[in-house]
Design a binder for this molecule. Structure first.
Ligand code: GRF
Length: 185
């Protein structure tokens, strides 16, 4: 599920392309202008546009059930998921956040806000956190973190670039190992 440019989704689509054991079966977005929809089409994966209201999420869950999916991957999905969906896919929704938990997370901490806050705080490192999604915002089990150095000379944009690079490097592998973990439990 993604709402924006979908560079993470693209990295994931490319990583799992032509695999027989792990398939990306659907790309779902709430935003008709999201770049992620064209990435899905380019990679011949069905792109599904839905309205993020009660009916929209109900139909989306039906579609997920029909496709028999194991894992919901959030890759820049900008809306809060409804409780019903989180319950239905308990421990089966994974998200990536562009900071090192417990820092720079929670309400308002998304996109460039995170990197501007990192810059303002004058910290020497930042990074990514890949975590499970539960009812509490940004509070599910942490599966993976990776760090990158923040230089005095780094602008928020430069920090964003470094962090996005880390995301592309690691998200697919973490998805793969978590799917393996799920299959062995
Ligand atoms: C990423 O920074 C991710 O951490 C956050 O949303 C952003 C999505 O970027 N959850 P993209 O659409 O994958 O380029």
């Amino acid at each position: 599920m993604a709402s924006g440019s979908g560079s993470n989704a693209l990295a994931i689509l490319e990583y799992f392309h032509c695999r027989e054991d792990i398939l990306v079966v659907l790309v779902a977005s709430n935003n008709s202008k999201a770049g992620v929809l064209s990435h899905a089409r380019e990679k011949h994966v069905p792109a599904y546009l839905f309205t993020p209201n009660e009916l929209g999420y109900k139909q989306l869950s039906e579609y997920f059930k029909f496709l028999n999916i194991d894992l919901v991957v959030l890759a820049g999905y900008m809306k809060l998921l409804p409780f019903e969906l989180i319950e239905l896919y308990k421990n089966r929704i994974i998200n990536i956040h562009p900071s090192l938990f417990p820092h720079f997370k929670g309400k308002g901490m998304y996109g460039m806000n995170v990197h501007m806050a990192v810059k303002d705080a004058n910290v020497s490192e930042t990074g990514i956190t890949i975590h499970l999604v539960n009812e509490e915002y940004d509070a599910g089990r942490v599966l993976f973190q990776a760090k990158t150095e923040v230089l005095q000379s780094d602008t928020p944009e430069a920090i964003a670039q470094k962090v996005l690079h880390l995301e592309h490097q690691h998200y697919s592998e973490v998805i793969e190992s978590y799917l393996n973990e799920l299959h062995h439990t």
